[in-house]
Design a protein around this ligand. Structure first.
Ligand code: MN
Ligand code: MN
Length: 468
């Protein structure tokens, strides 16, 4: 026989905030949908490791769904689907809504670049009969995490005659990979005295790329010569072509399920493809014409501060919206000032092994759904776009109405550090913006961790937002 509820029970139920574990609030059918979605996401992660690769994938998928290249001088009709590719590194997709853009648009913006090791402009050298690449890390990394793991090479080389050669080596079965060495513990007495943050220094992130000399009786740098010969045979390049290349080392490990229950996904670059993918799927899979024009922005350069012409601190998104405005005889601010945006980026999931930099009551947790982050920033909310109560209320009502599991989360305890997202660049255009995203463990490590339920909830959240 069930015990009767006491007055305390009733009041607790009514007044206390109920923190949810997503798994307890989804039925078997929906759980299966989440697991299926995770499989698609895993394939996407394995196949697309750089912003160029993601952008290319996005355009191909969009074209399959009837999206066409954006014509800035054309007047589009409700239901029309367009995309704009910015310098092969960032993409905007839009589905034209039933209402005029003068009533505002619905923007979701995620980034498709991830921390990695870029090759320096003059990277190749030989030392002690080993050939290596010099690198300059991209984004905030803990450098010691990037040694002694297999890496693959991605990017593009522009040859002297202007020919572009795409490079991807170390991903397919049987292809060679690359690695950064570290000292053996037997001989690291001096290194062990360093602080963790310079346990491996930036100029020690040198990638081993070969060791056999070109067969010759005499000559210097024969190992380097041999590598150049192989590169010339494979890509048609000479040493000078490194100067006009964008080559990147990324972790080569394949994405994999983590845990006996397979609830988690480990892999490289969840930040921020774990938001970009569900956002992309939400706009591609829209089953009917939305009331408001839906815009999905997949941007570059977030990890280095959003500057540059493919980052959201530039004007490319504003110009895109200005073109939509002009077609309706409006100015860009007529549209922007009435627009709403989900700035989609990961948040730090509470780490049970390292609880100190988190404040448990305001942290985000794996499996509790998409995180709504009212503000980011550091040292007294410096450098943040602090979303209004009204807008957070509006967005979370949309999520509730669509049965999206969501949680509120700060990025760490006060003064524990901090960080930012693209939210402020969009907010500064007079758009209502709030950060949402998937909680991540080991963010910016070569192997990050997310929960399958959370990436699925992110997809539901973006879909609901575009439809609202
Ligand atoms: Mn991010
Ligand atoms: Mn990041």
């Amino acid at each position: 026989m069930a015990e009767e509820k006491t007055e305390v029970d009733v009041l607790c139920e009514k007044l206390f905030m109920n923190k949810k574990h997503s798994a307890n609030f989804v039925d078997e059918e929906e759980l299966q949908k989440a697991m299926d979605f995770a499989e698609d996401y895993k394939k996407f992660l394995n196949d697309n490791k750089t912003e160029r690769e993601v952008a290319k994938f996005v355009v191909a998928e969009a074209e399959k769904k009837g999206f066409v290249p954006f014509d800035k001088f054309k007047k589009y009709a409700p239901g029309d689907k367009v995309y704009y590719l910015n310098r092969k590194k960032a993409v905007i997709l839009a589905v034209i809504g039933k209402k005029s853009v003068g009533e505002g648009v619905r923007i979701a913006a995620a980034h498709i670049d991830s921390p990695r090791l870029d090759l320096k402009p003059n990277p190749l050298y030989e030392a002690n009969e080993v050939a290596l690449f010099k690198t300059h890390y991209y984004g905030g990394i803990k450098k010691y995490q990037w040694t002694t793991i297999p890496m693959s090479l991605h990017g593009v080389v522009v040859l002297r005659d202007g020919t572009e050669v795409e490079v991807s080596l170390g991903e397919k079965d049987g292809e060679p990979q690359f690695v950064i060495s570290d000292l053996l513990p037997h001989l690291s007495k001096e290194q062990d005295k360093r602080n963790l943050d310079d346990g491996i220094k930036g100029e020690e992130l040198n990638v081993i790329v070969g060791s056999l000399p070109f067969k010759a009786d005499k000559g210097s740098e024969l190992v380097k010569l041999n590598i150049l010969k192989l590169l010339n045979e494979k890509y048609g390049m000479v040493e000078e072509d490194f100067l006009t290349a964008e080559l990147e080392m990324v972790p080569a490990a394949k994405v994999t399920d983590i845990g006996f229950d397979r609830s988690l996904i480990g892999g490289y670059g969840h930040d921020d493809r774990v938001c970009a993918y569900p956002e992309l799927r939400a706009i591609l899979d829209l089953d009917e014409t939305p009331d408001y024009t839906a815009i999905a922005v997949l941007t570059d350069k977030e990890e280095t501060g959003s500057d540059g012409n493919t980052g959201l601190n530039s004007s490319y998104m504003k110009y895109f919206i200005a073109d939509l405005a002009r077609a309706d005889g409006l100015m860009v601010w007529d549209v922007l000032s009435k627009s709403k945006c989900l700035s989609a980026d990961v948040n730090a999931a509470f780490d049970p092994t390292f609880p100190t930099p988190f404040e448990a009551k305001n942290a985000s947790y794996l499996n509790r759904g998409i995180v709504v982050t009212k503000y980011t920033g550091a040292r007294g909310k410096g450098g943040t776009s602090d979303a209004s109560a009204e807008f957070v209320g509006e967005v979370t009502r949309i999520f509730n109405n669509a049965n999206v599991n969501w949680q509120l989360g700060e990025l760490g305890a006060v003064d524990a550090g901090g960080g930012g997202t693209v939210a402020k660049y969009i907010a500064n255009l007079d758009v209502d913006v709030v950060d949402v995203g998937v909680p991540v463990l080991s963010m910016h490590a070569p192997f990050e961790l997310i929960a399958k339920l959370d990436v699925y909830m992110a997809n539901k959240a973006f879909t609901a937002f575009f439809k609202a």
